[in-house]
Ligand binder design. Structure first.
Ligand code: ADP
Ligand code: MG
Length: 324
């Protein structure tokens, strides 16, 4: 099975695909054995083997048996302990991280461990519950936290405001209050929206208007940060030297509610700072709005970058670092 594929075009050489549903079965072993110096062999998707996601030792050894050196460049899967991301590393003589992985670790790692200050984190997206550990960990590192997106309404509720039909996680109101208290104790500037673009329904073509945070009427839902909040956030970001952004400021997928996310992306693009975007939807938003190449780093790992920002050790990274 020799086919011209995108990988061949990128590498400028033929890539042999070992079309072997066993991943490391007879076909793959034969193909590996007949390789010459400089040849490239692509194995079948490792998830064809049930042991992959269980980090099965036998499968890890089989993978390792094909190679002298293991290089992992898949940052986006490094938060999972699988055979191909973790297990294999202990059975290959030499291991290394690839260039992309190196860049991810360099940017995310430096931002979190030795940031140039002032250091700001912008957090948004749909749910507080997705970002609890991120907020908690970053509160120990940053000078400023800005909260937007759907998660902001749980913080507004914690302040005692009614939020209408906006996204609200009632069981996280206590946590939101705790985070604001922790910020106070630590002297971290913690800003939540002072106004929102509120809509009659969750769709682009519906009635919408701006309302102050203490005046969201019953039946309406906040789908974006308002213009006063944009100004407040822009002011807070001025002069910052490191900014980590995770989670859109509003429902950016709908044109009428993309303004807040656009404004923040534009502000970051003009800052003289290290700007890091983590999170799948945030990366998509920044790219869609045309600011992708203006950021210092856009993480390729949604879940992996979140876990990094939570302060967790990534098993795929640790497996290699513990060997070197
Ligand atoms: P990321 O993937 O960058 O970590 P999330 O998955 O946490 O981000 O959140 C992204 C989603 O949050 C987007 O689909 C966006 O539409 C949604 N969102 C943002 N603001 C709101 C809001 N005010 N109400 C409802 N959904 C929102
Ligand atoms: Mg997401």
């Amino acid at each position: 099975h020799r086919r011209k594929q995108p990988l061949s075009a990128e590498l400028g050489k033929e890539v042999v695909f070992a079309d072997d549903d066993n991943v490391v079965g007879e076909k793959a072993k034969a193909a590996a054995a007949s390789m010459n110096e400089g040849d490239v062999l692509l194995l079948q998707n490792t998830r064809y083997r049930a042991e992959e996601t269980k980090n099965g030792e036998n499968f890890s050894k089989e993978l390792a048996s094909l190679a002298d050196i293991y290089v992992n460049d898949a940052f986006g899967t490094s938060h999972r302990a699988h055979s191909s991301t973790v297990g294999v590393a202990s059975f290959v003589p030499e291991t290394a991280v690839g260039y992309l992985m190196e860049k991810e670790i360099e940017y995310l790692g430096n931002a979190v461990d030795s940031p140039k200050r002032p250091f700001a984190a912008i957090l948004g997206g749909a749910k507080v519950s997705d970002k609890i550990s991120v907020i908690n960990n970053l509160l120990d590192k940053v000078d400023i936290i800005l909260i937007g997106g759907g998660m902001a309404y749980t913080f507004l509720a914690a302040k005692g405001y009614s939020v209408g039909n906006s996204l609200l996680e009632e069981d996280k109101i206590g946590y939101a209050r705790e985070m604001m208290e922790k910020a106070d104790e630590k002297g971290v500037k913690f800003l939540i929206p002072v106004d929102s673009v509120i809509a009659a329904e969750f769709k682009n073509d519906t009635e919408f208007k701006t309302a102050a945070s203490d005046a969201i009427p019953e039946g309406w839902q906040g789908l974006d940060i308002g213009s006063e909040t944009i100004r407040l956030f822009e002011d807070a970001l001025k002069g910052c030297k490191t900014v980590v952004w995770n989670g859109p400021m509003g429902v950016f997928e709908m044109e009428n509610f993309a303004k807040g996310t656009y404004a923040i992306a534009k502000t970051l693009s003009e800052l003289d700072a290290v700007t890091i975007i983590g999170g799948g939807d945030s990366a998509a938003a920044v790219n869609k709005l045309g600011f992708g190449d203006k950021m210092s780093h856009i993480s390729t790992g949604g879940g992996a970058s979140l876990e990094f920002l939570e302060g967790k050790e990534l098993p795929g990274v640790a497996a290699i670092q513990s060997r070197n």
